[in-house]
Design a protein around this ligand. Structure first.
Ligand code: F3S
Length: 755
């Protein structure tokens, strides 16, 4: 469980010289993000190009974190790489496969039975290759990482898009696909496009009902789900330093919802307090010694517009609590405008369930502030009007809040405490009645609220808010309730007002935990066997993808032209499909089943051009594969938005789709496609999307001279014999072109190890 202090000391010992050299080369002050990036440029990276939004740079991250749903594929790939041990400290966290149904203990028991095979696989593969293993029930990856492994100035990658949460402790932490994790664990450089920089200056101080969550809800409203794409968001100002470390974590966590590469904060006293409270005084002392390198140069804070590509200023004194949603996390409504917005849009105002916790908001501070409201229920003669659930982020937090009597307070008002796991946040919520698909409203303190995300019901209107606001709304049971101004009627018929929440940044008596749920790996894992049953429905050893055949791709059938939003949830749904994350063939049966077919506006219903019949997307693609015909998927803007789920790239690759052609890509998904040897292409002229017809057969030309920066040409052969020739662009560099040619990046790693 121990954090690797020697590794951290090495990072800190080398950081000043690297940062000073970069400052000298650039001849200007540096932002914090730049300092961390420059401190982690891979030793073998020789080019001197660091152009924002343009240069691909090789990095050497300090750590890798993986959650169980994505770790399966990452580690199946790592097994293929042929290395005896991971090259950097790495951990696996079992949090995604536990269904929230009854309550923590019982739900955990069920998961331990249902997913035994997967947990056993992850435990043994971790044991063999030197990876720390956090058992089911130990907590949610991002909370456990913040409590144990994150450190100011570090760089981490993780196979989950909310890895960015560790920015709360001053890291550059980035969500990636399993293939990237596999590279870093194998000791290879990890490549990232040098990010743009967005500065967010926080003035004033949070007060009353306003919480750190409201900062990011506001930022999401300003920047939208695409606004952070390709950028690191760096927060600074008095509002930043006056906030708790875990509050900073919440803000960074939801940076994923604006598409940001990551978000971070400068090292300050709140981080030092948090490190000390979580048993890492040694790191705090080491960080204190180089504190100026763990913050931007002071000139940056004095005149941020000179150093950031975009600067946003938010006055925390004026910031109102927000609710974002439904169906998208960037639809931000201040609580004072909610009544109006709900009426104008016809949102159901009766709140069925309020859910707090998750990786985003389950710190001791969050729970203590929510409990200050729960205590008022009985004291003021009120009762809870909605169902109310809590998912603690870690066993350490759960144990501590139980010790401090908070769980009793929640139990007293009829709340349900789920396991320390993702549960409803990732769709693992066995919600009674969800199958009836009734229109209803829920409020939660999680991060995502795409349709069907929490309970699988497309008619659930999910709004995201701070844990304190969610608790107040669950007490009121009404979306129109504004706790800042409105009163509630109590059991005596009196009008009562909820007092503003209050809480503790850190537990006064310190954190405590009985069994944190950690398994250290074997010192020498060479004798450990990793068993995968060939008959398993949940795990499948990977076979390498075929190399490119060396010719242009002719006669590709259009599989689907997806209309509108097509997130990784649409491409590879979570929920019930999570159980197949280690079995590529089985999980491929969910490929693109959530995408809307442009031609009939239906999901999972496309035309099989060989038979003329309509059918499910995966079955249609399997029919093309069986006939030896390649295919192409066409999509809209920000295709693949949402998560680092590499299955969304591997499934089409496995089933024989040859190219994904879209108006624009979400960064992680585009990289994942490249890693798997797939062609990720964008329209040069976005209106060419309209030229793609349902019965098109498409040729991709120019592959024999495939080169960075050079567009390719597509011929659209329409069913009536007419044709269109269009230009498509790509962002492949030479290395990535080699991945395409080899059939996948992993095919190259394997060759290097063998050679
Ligand atoms: Fe992710 Fe939610 Fe779990 S954002 S890590 S699914 S708690």
């Amino acid at each position: 469980m121990a954090f690797d202090i020697e590794m951290i000391k090495k990072v800190y010992a080398e950081m000043p010289a690297k940062v000073d050299a970069a400052r000298k080369t650039l001849g200007r002050p540096l932002t914090l993000s730049e300092k961390i990036l420059f401190a982690h440029v891979h030793a073998d990276y020789k080019a001197a190009s660091f152009e924002r939004g343009k240069s691909y740079v090789d990095f050497a991250p300090d750590r890798v974190a993986m959650q169980d749903a994505t770790a399966q594929m990452a580690l199946l790939q790592f097994m293929q790489a042929g290395r005896p041990k991971v090259a950097v400290p790495s951990t696996v966290h079992c949090d995604h496969l536990i269904t929230a149904k009854v309550e923590a203990k019982q739900d955990l028991q069920v998961a331990n039975m249902e997913s035994k095979e997967v947990y056993d696989f992850l435990a043994s593969v971790s044991n063999k290759y030197g990876i720390g293993f956090w058992k089911p029930g130990a907590g949610i990856i991002h909370q456990v990482v913040l409590e144990n492994y994150a450190f100011p100035g570090g760089m981490m990658i993780g196979t989950d898009s909310h890895t960015v949460n560790a920015g709360g402790l001053g890291m550059i932490a980035i969500g990636v696909g399993g293939a990237d994790a596999c590279d870093v664990m194998a000791g290879l450089p990890w490549e990232l496009k040098w990010p743009k920089l967005i500065g967010v200056k926080l003035t004033g101080k949070l007060n009353g009902w306003t919480a750190p969550k409201d900062v990011i809800l506001k930022v999401a409203g300003i920047l939208t789900v695409k606004g952070g794409t390709g950028a690191i968001v760096e927060y600074f100002g008095e509002g930043a330093t006056s906030m708790s470390c875990t509050g900073k974590g919440t803000i960074c966590n939801m940076g994923a919802e604006i598409g940001a590469t990551t978000s971070t904060f400068g090292y300050d006293a709140s981080m030092s307090r948090y490190l000390k409270a979580t048993g890492r005084e040694e790191i705090a002392t080491a960080a204190d010694a180089i504190a100026s390198y763990l913050n931007a140069d002071k000139e940056v804070y004095e005149d941020p517009t000179q150093y950031f590509d975009e600067v946003i200023e938010i006055d925390l004194n004026q910031l109102e609590p927000h609710l974002n949603g439904p169906f998208t996390p960037d639809l931000a409504t201040p609580i004072s405008k909610m009544k109006e917005a709900a009426a104008a849009n016809g949102w159901p105002t009766k709140i069925e369930v309020g859910l707090i916790g998750s990786c985003t908001n389950s710190s001791y501070e969050d729970i203590s502030r929510a409990v200050s409201l729960a205590k008022q229920v009985k004291a003021k003669g009120l009762s809870l009007k909605s169902e109310f659930t809590i998912t603690p982020g870690s066993e350490q937090v759960r144990f501590t809040v139980e010790r401090d009597g908070f769980l009793d307070e929640f139990n007293n008002i009829g709340a349900k405490v789920f396991a320390n796991a993702c549960g409803p946040c990732i769709g693992m919520w066995d919600r009674v009645g969800a199958e009836k698909k009734e229109k209803n409203t829920i409020v939660h303190s999680f991060n995502r609220n795409f349709a069907k995300r929490a309970d699988g019901n497309p008619n659930t209107f999910a709004f995201v808010g701070s844990p304190e606001l969610v608790t107040a709304l669950a007490i009121a049971g009404d979306l129109n309730f504004n706790p800042l101004t409105d009163t509630l009627t109590n059991d005596k018929g009196e009008q009562v007002k909820l007092d503003a929440p209050s809480g503790y940044e850190l537990p006064v008596r310190g954190f405590a935990v009985d069994d944190p749920g950690y398994q250290a790996p074997a010192v020498d894992g060479s004798g450990v066997t990793v068993a995968v049953d060939p008959a398993s429905k949940r795990l499948q050893i990977l076979a390498p993808f075929d190399a490119w055949e060396g010719t242009d791709l002719k006669g590709l059938k259009l599989l689907i032209k997806a209309k509108g939003k097509c997130t990784t949830d649409h491409i590879s749904m979570a929920g019930p499909w999570l159980k197949f994350r280690g079995h590529l063939d089985n999980i491929s049966n969910n490929m693109l089943i959530g995408a809307v077919n442009f031609f009939n506006e239906k999901t999972d219903n496309v035309k099989n051009q060989l038979t003329g019949e309509y059918g499910p997307v995966p079955a249609t693609q399997r029919a093309y594969k069986a006939a030896g015909v390649g295919s192409i998927v066409v999509g809209d803007e920000n295709y693949g938005e949402g998560s680092s789920r590499e299955h969304a790239a591997m499934e089409p690759r496995f089933l024989g789709v040859r190219a994904i052609l879209v108006k624009s890509f979400a960064r992680i998904h585009e990289t994942n496609l490249k890693k798997q040897g797939m062609l990720a292409l964008t329209f040069v002229d976005k209106t060419d999307y309209d030229k793609i017809l349902e019965d098109d057969t498409i040729d991709i030309n120019g592959l024999t001279t495939f080169a960075p920066g050079t567009p390719l040409t597509l011929t659209l052969n329409h069913a009536d014999g007419s044709r269109h020739v269009i230009q498509v662009q790509h962002t492949y560099n030479q290395q990535q072109i080699e991945w395409f040619k080899a059939g996948a990046a992993l095919n190259i790693i394997r060759k290097q190890v063998a050679g």
